[in-house]
Design a protein around this ligand. Structure first.
Ligand SMILES: CC(C)(COP(=O)(O)OP(=O)(O)OC[C@H]1O[C@@H](n2cnc3c(N)ncnc32)[C@H](O)[C@@H]1OP(=O)(O)O)[C@@H](O)C(=O)NCCC(=O)NCCS
Length: 168
């Protein structure tokens, strides 16, 4: 399976919407079944320079997405929040790893961010394993952080620190 990692464009909105509302993705993200392709299009049209998005494409279809949002406050600008999702039908085939590797190369070597953080529901083992494999550590737990299928669920805050080699 050839996986192409590339920047996002507005024409990807339909594939992204399909992924966001899918069982197997939605419950571990902030997606809602009612989300529209239009919402994704508008989001993509209004991306600013602090928001970086990469997609994974297999044949003609976008099957994975990762976003990196740099904090806007000047004193937080060394930090960003990362998110990642892979279409249910393509999970467990290395796409998440490939997206994460590309996004962290951007964060480490081209933006030189010191801190990349994320939130993950405490029972999302697959995602937690992926993050640990890339050096993320659990910093703490937010109780009742988000709504999932009739419950308030807890979320770990995880982060990874990149001290530039030249300062070590
Ligand atoms: C979490 C997610 C992004 C991982 O992407 P993926 O393409 O499925 O994962 P990969 O195939 O690249 O595997 C990456 C690592 O995840 C872990 N992993 C993969 N499948 C797993 C499974 N069934 N159980 C536990 N860990 C698993 C492993 O550590 C794996 O590394 P390894 O192959 O070296 O052991 C993807 O499954 C997904 O989108 N899930 C739904 C949405 C979601 O949870 N997003 C994250 C919100 S915080």
């Amino acid at each position: 399976m050839d996986i192409i990692i590339r920047s996002i464009n507005v024409n990807d909105a339909a594939d992204i919407n399909e992924m966001r509302i899918q069982d197997g993705v939605r419950e571990n993200t902030l997606g809602l079944i009612s989300e529209t392709i239009m919402k994704s299009e508008n989001f993509l049209k209004n991306l600013d320079d602090n928001f970086h998005m990469l997609v994974a494409q297999v044949e003609e279809k976008v099957v994975g997405i990762s976003g990196l949002s740099i904090m806007k406050n000047p004193r937080l600008r060394h930090s960003a929040i990362i998110g990642i999702s892979v279409n249910k039908d393509y999970q467990g085939r290395g796409i998440g790893k490939k997206l994460m590797r590309s996004m962290l190369d951007l964060a480490d070597n081209w933006l030189m961010l010191l801190r990349v953080e994320l939130g993950v529901i405490v029972d999302n083992e697959r995602a937690i394993n992926l993050y640990k494999a890339f050096g993320f550590e659990i910093e703490g737990k937010k109780r009742y952080a988000l709504i999932r299928d009739g419950e308030y669920v807890d979320e770990y805050i995880m982060a990874r620190y990149n001290i530039p080699k030249q300062f070590k």
